[in-house]
Design a protein around this ligand. Sequence first.
Ligand SMILES: Nc1ncnc2c1ncn2[C@@H]1O[C@H](COP(=O)(O)OP(=O)(O)OP(=O)(O)O)[C@@H](O)[C@H]1O
Ligand SMILES: [Mg+2]
Length: 307
Amino acid sequence: MSVLDMRDVRKVYRNGGDEIVALDHATLQVDHGEIVALLGPSGSGKTTLLSIAGGLLAATAGSVVVNGTDITGHDSRALTRFRRDNVGFVFQSVNLVPFLDAEQNLLVVDELGGGKGGKAAKARARQLLDELGLGQRRRNLPAQLSGGERQRVAIGRALFNNPRLVLFDEPTSALDTKIGEQVMELIRTEMKARDTAAVIVTHDRRMTHFADRTVEIVDGRLVLDGTSPFGPRLLTEPHEPAAPVRRDEIDELLVVARFLLGPARGTRLIHDAHGLLASALPPLPRYEPADRGRVVGRRGRTPSAGG
Ligand SMILES: Nc1ncnc2c1ncn2[C@@H]1O[C@H](COP(=O)(O)OP(=O)(O)OP(=O)(O)O)[C@@H](O)[C@H]1O
Ligand SMILES: [Mg+2]
């Protein structure tokens, strides 16, 4: 039996009158303890796929079974509980609570589950931090840790509830190559030691040798649209950070917020944040049809989006 079984998943984002097909006929099975690298260009739907696999987002169509539970029809409350007990998430960078130290960042998981950060939870947090080579750093705030150490704390947090599946969204892209490889090595060791499956999104083909299998999101499954608040910049500069605020960092923060607050409050926050960002950021360049040709292998819009 697979720990993750996604079949024919489709995800359509609606932006005003436009539809953005982020995933279409996405099918992915991951076995127990298997490590899968998920590769694909910027905007190809990788984060969307992870979010659906982990119950952060609902699919528009298709089925998602995690650890034997069909979460396709779950309401947001059931999904929140399901995530807490079954899935771990590790995001690229902005993912620790800045005013909590390393150990407290792990204990957040216990508290979300209704625990009180008691003795057993503290012992587990310490043991995990020890295993991850952070025994001496447990009282450090995220700002007092290196990038690699922060990422290790995030891995500890993801493993805290002993999930059968951990989803990693570009866990190494903010790290230099050497530290990135160490983190990937650690991820592999920790997952294999626990017989826990992982899906690891990466842009970096060099990281795929840490996985048992590599899956690529093929082109043509999504459509970027000019009215998307994030689309244009990514379309024309797929791999460059878009100053002054990186969209993926904001997205991660919001996904974490959604995870911590639950979909209802999280979605409101995302909505507010997008409004705030729209007024705080310089306007994004409009997506001109001429730009589309620069994106290798990507198809046009959906018929309903026009253009
Ligand atoms: N909340 C949203 N509303 C509208 N469109 C969205 C939303 N989230 C993502 N998209 C669009 O869906 C498509 C897939 O986005 P996604 O974030 O899954 O891509 P990705 O492969 O993770 O990209 P990257 O490598 O840049 O992180 C993109 O066209 C993106 O602009
Ligand atoms: Mg992404």
